[in-house]
Design a protein around this ligand. Structure first.
Ligand SMILES: Nc1nc2c(ncn2[C@@H]2O[C@H](COP(=O)(O)OP(=O)(O)OP(=O)(O)O)[C@@H](O)[C@H]2O)c(=O)[nH]1
Ligand SMILES: [Mg+2]
Length: 480
């Protein structure tokens, strides 16, 4: 359990970092309405997608070790089912569903991270449910079974936007299984649109596992190779990549048992592929590690964006300070010139003629002070307002946007900066913003680097107790 414990403690530290350092700042500056960690604090999530009847539910049952999900030919299950762990009564050992809750509960209970799916409406809520199952497979993760994808059916037929729901779930998920079956190895359009539109390309490769399921239904090895080839071709078409993604080949023995025997089938290839299911299972059980990657990416992405937002506010204040300095200097000069000119004029044309020098200097200084006062109050307010409006119009010049990365993060926060500046009219405590900015940059730059370092030590770590002499892997608190 050494590795599991390490993963757990890293996860808690990451969550604490988000909760204590990023979230309060994010909420203060309108970056987020809810604490950032709301969506990532629950258990690691595995999302299972695929065409209808590709065997999603059967494979999940296989993993769980019991017939928890209903299976059947033709589109069978039109619900999204979150399956998580539940503790059985002490007398009960058989794997079974212990508790079922409906979508309304699942969308409103703050223990779960699904609140943001409320926007998909009543119809979705009616197709969303929770099952608690006492399967050991669910000890470290939760799995979501989904309705099958139907290439020919339009969104309206479902009563909610399927692709958007899948997109939102994909954002939450740490691992996504995309299942195909030999009968429909070519129809992957809906799956791909949902994933491509929601997952950044870097994440796509790390988080998505392609599975060719129901391989026992291929009539021979040649048939299997033909199906595999078709799927590879289709995947390369939609991913736009020339290299073939890894495809897991598997089937569900529970479901295969019910198959009618066919005389002309030669399934002698199957025993050679038996180990594939275990490998797939192991990959799925890696979800907690993916959750760490997910969290690290989360800290990087939000840390980067948030610090960009604050950098823009600091830039605004810097610009305002520069403007005030210049304006003050100019005002002093102008008031001196005014004082001198008025006194000079009045001396030359009569009224002050005959006044001695100290008197003239005193009058000049008085006039200069009056002008300065006027310039530094009424006029200053006017010109500061002009600076504010001008800056709002030229928002893109607040921070350097030297590369695509910077432009992307700016795009994500530009409107928030505008709203904040407009709401506060530029009157916000500059020192505090600068402090928040420096703190966020520290979390983003140093924290993210340390997370990655801690993560890179994971693959070599065995899943057993450490020897007493073994050095302790670094924790985040040691380094941040
Ligand atoms: N021979 C064989 N049959 C399978 C396998 N997996 C599933 N089936 C059968 O295929 C049918 C569809 O399986 P499901 O698990 O319901 O498929 P699904 O992807 O969940 O389908 P929907 O929920 O309708 O989208 C069922 O009749 C299963 O018994 C498999 O690996 N081999
Ligand atoms: Mg199903």
């Amino acid at each position: 359990m050494h590795r599991d414990n390490y993963i757990n403690s890293l996860r808690n530290e990451l969550l604490a970092m988000v909760g204590n350092q990023l979230s309060p700042t994010a909420m203060r500056y309108g970056y987020s309405d809810v604490p950032l960690e709301t969506n990532i604090k629950w258990r690691p999530l595995v999302l299972v997608l695929g065409n209808y009847s590709s065997g999603k539910s059967a494979l999940i049952n296989e993993f769980l070790g019991a017939d928890i999900q209903i299976t059947g030919q033709a589109p069978t299950d039109d619900s999204f089912t979150v399956i998580t762990h539940g503790d059985p009564p002490p007398s009960e050992e058989r794997v079974q569903t212990l508790e079922e809750r409906d979508g309304k509960f699942l969308l409103n209970d703050p223990e779960y991270p699904f609140e943001m799916l409320k926007k998909h409406g009543q119809s979705f809520s009616a197709h969303f449910r929770l099952k608690k199952v006492n399967s050991p497979f669910l000890k470290t993760l939760a799995i979501i079974d989904t309705p099958g994808m139907l290439d020919s059916i339009t969104e309206r037929d479902r009563g909610y936007n399927y692709q958007e729901v899948v997109g939102d779930l994909a954002q939450l998920a740490d691992l996504i299984l995309v299942l195909f079956d030999p009968h429909k190895a070519g129809t992957v359009r809906e799956a791909h649109i949902s994933l491509r539109d929601t997952l950044p390309s870097r994440t796509f490769e790390d988080r998505v596992l392609f599975v060719l399921n129901r391989i026992d239904e291929c009539t021979s090895l040649t048939d299997l190779i033909r199906v595999y080839g078709t799927l590879c071709w289709n995947l390369s078409q939609i991913t736009g990549r020339k290299d073939i993604p890894m495809i897991h080949l598997t089937y569900s023995p529970r479901a295969a048992e019910n198959m009618e025997p066919e005389n002309n089938r030669d399934t002698s290839y199957l025993p050679h592929l038996e180990n594939q299911r275990d490998r797939l299972k192991q990959s799925v059980l890696e979800a907690p590690r993916h959750r760490l990657d997910h969290l690290a990416t989360f800290v990087e992405t939000h840390g980067e964006r948030l610090s960009h937002l604050l950098e823009a506010l600091v830039g605004y204040r810097k610009g305002l300070r520069r403007f005030r300095w210049r304006y003050s200097l100019l005002s002093i000069l102008l008031s001196l010139v005014c004082g001198g000119a008025v006194v000079g004029g009045l001396t030359a044309y009569g009224p002050l003629a005959g006044f001695d020098m100290p008197m003239l200097v005193g009058i000049g200084a008085g006039i200069a002070s009056l002008v300065l006062l006027l310039l530094m109050t009424v006029f200053m307010k006017f010109f500061a307002g002009r600076y504010h409006r001008k800056t709002l119009k030229r928002l893109d010049q607040l921070t350097p946007l030297e590369n695509q990365n910077r432009r992307d993060s700016w795009q994500a926060v530009r409107d928030l900066v505008f709203t904040y500046l407009q709401k506060t009219e530029g009157k916000f405590p500059g020192k505090e913003v600068k402090g928040d900015y420096l703190e966020t940059v520290k979390v983003y730059e140093k924290g993210a680097k340390e997370i990655r370092e801690a993560l890179s030590g994971l693959p070599s770590m065995l899943n057993d107790a450490p020897s007493p002499d073994a050095p302790h892997p670094p924790t985040l608190k040691q380094v941040i």
